[in-house]
Design a protein around this ligand. Sequence first.
Ligand code: ADP
Ligand code: MG
Length: 234
Amino acid sequence: MLLETRALTANYGQFRALFGVDVTVDAGECVAIIGANGAGKSTLMRSITGVLRNEPGMVLHRGESIGALSSAEVMKRGIAMVPEGRRLFPSLTVEENLLIGGQMRKAPGPWNLAAIYDLFPILRERRRNPGTALSGGQQQMVAIGRALMSNPELLLCDEISLGLAPVVIRDIYAALPKIREGGAAIVVVEQDIGKALAVADRVYCMMEGHVTLAAKAGDVTREAIHAAYFGEAA
Ligand SMILES: Nc1ncnc2c1ncn2[C@@H]1O[C@H](COP(=O)(O)OP(=O)(O)O)[C@@H](O)[C@H]1O
Ligand SMILES: [Mg+2]
């Protein structure tokens, strides 16, 4: 087991956002986390990546509790995040943004500048441009590339298609199988159920801080997803 959460809870002050969440990710696997706005998907990502700390035994990486580690320490363990909203360094060029990802964790693996540019050729053309001069889709590609530069074992992608044009979403989703071929497991957080099911081996649905469905992507019915996503029968 690469990653596991056990009865994970998370709070923002007095507000509880996660109520005992259990998810697992195996090495090399692609897992989708779906759910409506506010379901707790980003909170789950923040709990895994050390943005939100948690109690011993709630988040395990290769069987070791990591809930007390900082984000930098989690990344050094090979867990990289493509955050919701991309968060590039605006004053830096595409290439500088990518290189920072490689500085965060120096690890052997398939990903380096050349491999990122092969994955997203438009970034090679734009490598001297500042992050702000890019389209939303290109910024998303930089954010993915920056995370890959650390050669992660696990890539967490929070809403990578949100707000992007369909043609760009297609390009970004086309990169995911290539990223898996490089050996990384992937978690995709997604509001679009169809996209999530197309790319994932397994899917979890969240609602109001709970996991309401855990299933193999190939086994799940529309009715089951509808009930888990909206909390009502289809
Ligand atoms: N920084 C925050 N402070 C207070 N409440 C928050 C914060 N971030 C998220 N929440 C609340 O936690 C719940 C889960 O949010 P979030 O994890 O962002 O959901 P999702 O990513 O599934 O849309 C929501 O009710 C949201 O309003
Ligand atoms: Mg979110």
